[in-house]
Ligand binder design. Structure first.
Ligand code: SF4
Length: 223
């Protein structure tokens, strides 16, 4: 991993973060943020745009924002609330199952360790690390497609999957260096370095980005 370059580019972007109007940032004011609503939002967000996830979360948490309330709902009602998130039928079933599990095994409180989170069916390493960071303030990094794509584009890592990127970043970065990386690069990927069309002309790290060698934005590979 080219850690020095990564940290230098991250430092520059951190100064720009407040300016970006990224969908991911709107979650913070959309509904009450608790470990439980954060966990359910993560489930809703799989293969779904942030804008759609956000509205689905608002509708769902308006009628149930605790696992105890959620398990009283019929699956069809949850489906109706969260439609049109991707796989909404399966997600409604997962939400019920996860909520039931938390009520039965953790007294309605979302567990705060990776080991316990991974015991919950439907929660994988990416989801667990988002929950640990967003809900409990742990210094960790969750790797989604934005992080994986951008860090490869920067040639800071050379990996073929988000899973591999996660391993490389966990091994190569200190907890302090991991903290906030997901939030920063997801917002950057939603506003400037978009997968469909990178806005290199407005990019604060353009001079350091190896992808600018390609210059024509349409030639920038999407990973
Ligand atoms: S210069 Fe372009 S490709 Fe490189 S990080 Fe910025 S927006 Fe992305």
């Amino acid at each position: 991993m080219k850690k020095e370059r990564l940290l230098e580019m991250v430092k520059i972007l951190e100064k720009e973060y407040e300016k970006w109007d990224a969908p991911a940032k709107r979650f913070e004011s959309a509904y009450r943020r608790t470990p439980y609503t954060i966990m359910i939002s993560v489930i809703l967000s799989f293969r779904t745009k942030d804008e759609v996830t956000l509205e689905a979360g608002k509708r769902l948490f308006a009628i149930a924002e605790t696992p105890e309330d959620m398990v009283t709902l019929k699956r069809e009602m949850i489906e109706k609330c969260i439609y049109p998130v991707g796989f909404y039928r399966k997600k409604a079933a997962t939400i019920l199952e996860v909520s039931q599990y938390i009520v039965e095994n953790y007294g309605g409180e979302v567990p705060s360790t990776e080991e316990e989170l991974l015991k919950i069916r439907g929660i994988g390493p990416k989801a667990a690390n988002i929950i640990l960071e967003s809900a409990f303030g742990h210094k960790t990094v969750a790797v989604d497609t934005h992080l994986h794509r951008i860090l490869n584009l920067w040639e800071c890592i050379d990996t073929s999957s988000p899973k591999e990127s996660f391993r490389v970043l966990k091994e190569g970065l200190t907890p302090d260096e991991q903290a906030g990386l997901n939030k920063l690069l997801v917002s950057f990927g939603q506003t400037i370095c978009k997968p469909s069309r990178a806005d290199c002309g407005s990019c604060p790290v353009e001079s350091l980005c190896p992808a600018t060698r390609l210059r024509s934005t349409s030639n920038i590979p999407t990973l």
